[in-house]
Design a protein around this ligand. Structure first.
Ligand SMILES: [Ca+2]
Length: 98
């Protein structure tokens, strides 16, 4: 399903992973299937052993409103909109043969 204005929401920025997780989980309510947030805290939220995750964008997806199906961590991505995720329109058909 393409992201659009009805199923995408921006949850804002959070300095606590617990707060971010709670809001993202609540916002993925079955109507909203894509939630973007920014992590501005000092925790090592991707568990790579380095607390280098400040300023990372978080894109979460879930279809049915129960839980969180997938999460993408997007280092350095501070903003994201539905049209950044939408597929482009298909190319026009080729011209008819003469
Ligand atoms: Ca890290």
């Amino acid at each position: 399903m393409n992201a659009d204005a009805t199923n995408f929401t921006d949850a804002g920025s959070f300095s606590s992973l617990a707060a971010l997780d709670a809001i993202v989980n609540a916002d993925l309510d079955g109507t909203h299937k894509y939630v973007f947030a920014v992590y501005n805290g000092t925790e090592d939220i991707n568990h790579n052993g380095i607390a280098d995750d400040h300023g990372a964008g978080i894109l979460a997806w879930d279809d049915n409103g129960t839980g969180i199906t997938s999460v993408l961590m997007l280092p350095g991505v501070a903003t994201l909109a539905a049209n950044d995720l939408a597929l482009p329109p298909p190319p026009p058909p080729p011209p008819p043969l003469a």
